[in-house]
Design a protein around this ligand. Structure first.
Ligand SMILES: [Zn+2]
Length: 95
């Protein structure tokens, strides 16, 4: 698991791959950062918004679930990750 550094970071750890800057982070990096909060992988100092989108049909019930993560600065979305197939996505969309 990699530490996630701030958006735009280009420090030595990001260059060598020990850390990843937020703008290059994968959904898996974001999931690990939040699910394994005790490992202190989150060095982003960032604000995130998690959205669970569920399509419901009266005959078929829950058709489709998606979990999206937005990185936001001043109410503006800078980057979006589809978290549906990550551990975080599973945890926030499972009752
Ligand atoms: Zn860095």
């Amino acid at each position: 698991m990699r530490q996630v550094d701030p958006f735009g970071c280009g420090c030595t750890e990001c260059v060598t791959g020990l850390s990843v800057p937020l703008h290059e982070a994968t959904a898996e990096d974001i999931s690990n950062m939040i699910v394994h909060d005790d490992l202190e992988l989150n060095l982003t100092d960032a604000y995130f918004k998690i959205t669970v989108i569920a399509d419901w049909h009266q005959d078929f019930g829950l058709m489709n679930k998606r979990v999206m993560m937005d990185y936001r600065v001043d109410e503006t979305t800078v980057r979006v990750w589809d978290m549906t197939d990550t551990q975080l996505g599973w945890e926030v969309s499972t009752p």
